[in-house]
Design a protein around this ligand. Structure first.
Ligand code: DSN
Length: 422
């Protein structure tokens, strides 16, 4: 199968929308996608996402629904649950959260009351909005206290986290985030949570695929609850899961439904089941390790070109670059790289003197390029393009950006993307 992919019914009914889908398929095929929270899902995951399962209402849980006609849906959801339990080695899995933010909100509903103190990593330090950050409902309805990373190392200071937790006595402590290039020490967080009487939630959205593939330590048995999206390194559909020991199963299930959500999106549940099946294959272990090897190689190549990387490098799939020494703002660089066919996102860096909408950093990662089959031998070229792109951004050199775009497209053409091929 080659592009454009056939969507005959869509093309006949709504050619305008079909053309937009085709354009997006082409864009994803031609560009070097470095946003660390994105990926390419398989054709099988895409097909499961587009099934008649979406026609069905299924409020409740398998065997305990508020609607009839669940003969197949119950089996689909049980399959997803069983596969999640087996893959991550957990006693309980809820596969219904619509996405990561609703999943985390369900955790609040299960373990805290409005006004309670909760603790998480500050958003500009690499945390997530839903870990109690002020502009989020979680920071407005709960009292969020926030930890960060050390200015000198870019690493979490566990003495600071412990001190804060013992002083503030949060109901919930979140670990994990969206811009963390280093291994998360779940055991250290668990010890602090135990000492301070908090529920520890490991938000592993970014690294779930690495954990499944054995390329990052598992939060089991340290975390009380594991929250994850399913569409990042795990290479599933846009969705989420909450996992825990059996003792928390009831509280989590009640919080997701009826506490927060209505009917589960059954087509997504099916696609999650497929992704979990794929992630259980031996080849996924190789893939997860390749993601990390590529990120490490790319970090080394960037360091060799004078880039300043937060924490000095990476242990996982993600690299956070502080472009201050390059004298190019993150947003200017990100937009220029986009014109060069390299898709990244601008991002705050810890202690950023600039504003979040115009920060100093750019966040990149290797999940998508690894899914296309690029290896460590390609990372010098990727770093070189980034280097040339950032320089061209500073100089306003559109010809240089166009030249990079052509080179990127040529390499990408040799590595067909999953989901965009047969
Ligand atoms: N938006 C996600 C990310 O890009 O990391 C986090 O929610």
């Amino acid at each position: 199968m080659t592009l454009p992919l056939p969507h005959p019914a869509l093309a006949a009914t709504d050619p305008e929308l079909a053309a937009l889908v085709a354009a997006e398929e082409q864009l994803q095929a031609d560009t070097l996608r470095l946003i660390p929270s994105e990926n390419y899902v398989s054709r099988a995951v895409l097909e499961a996402s587009g099934t008649v399962l979406q026609n069905k209402y299924s409020e409740g849980y398998p065997g305990r629904r508020y609607y009839e006609g669940q003969q197949n849906i119950d089996k689909v959801e049980r399959l997803a649950i069983d596969r999640a339990k087996a893959l991550f080695g957990v006693e309980h899995a809820n596969v219904q959260p619509y996405s990561g933010s609703p999943a985390n909100l369900a955790v609040y509903l299960a373990f805290a009351d409005p006004g309670d103190t909760v603790m998480g990593m500050a958003l500009p330090m690499g945390g997530h909005l839903t870990h109690g950050w002020g502009v989020s409902a979680t920071g407005r309805w709960f009292r969020g206290v926030q930890y960060g990373v050390r200015h000198d190392t870019g690493l979490i200071d566990f003495d600071e986290v412990r001190e804060l937790a013992l002083k503030e006595r949060p109901k919930i402590i979140f670990c994990g985030g969206t811009a963390l290039p280093r291994t998360i020490d779940f055991a250290a967080f668990a010890e602090i949570a135990r000492e301070s009487g908090a529920v520890l939630v490991a938000d592993v959205a970014h690294i779930a695929g690495l954990i499944a593939g054995g390329a990052h330590p598992s939060p089991v048995p340290h975390a009380d609850v594991i929250s994850t999206t399913t569409h990042k390194t795990l290479r599933g559909p846009r969705g989420a899961m909450l996992m825990s020991r059996e003792e928390h199963a009831k509280a989590i299930d009640k919080a997701v439904f009826p506490g927060l959500q209505g009917g589960p999106h059954n087509q997504t549940t099916a696609a999650i089941a497929v992704a979990l099946h794929e992630a259980a294959q031996p080849s996924f272990r190789d893939h997860a390790h390749a993601v990390v090897a590529n990120a490490r190689a790319l970090a080394d190549e960037l360091l060799a070109r004078g880039f300043d990387l937060v924490s000095g490098g990476t242990d996982n799939h993600l690299i956070l670059m502080d472009l201050t020494p390059k004298d190019v703002p993150g947003k200017v660089a990100a937009k220029a790289l986009d014109r060069a066919g390299i898709v990244v996102n601008y991002n705050t860096v810890p202690y950023d003197p600039r504003k979040p909408f115009d920060p100093s950093g750019v966040r990149i990662g290797t999940p998508s390029l690894t899914s296309r089959g690029l290896g460590t031998q390609h990372m010098a070229a990727v770093a070189e393009w980034i280097d040339r792109g950032v320089s061209a951004a500073g100089a306003g050199d559109e010809d240089a950006l166009a030249a990079i775009r052509a080179e990127v497209a040529e390499l990408m053409a040799a590595f067909p993307a999953p989901g965009l091929t047969a």
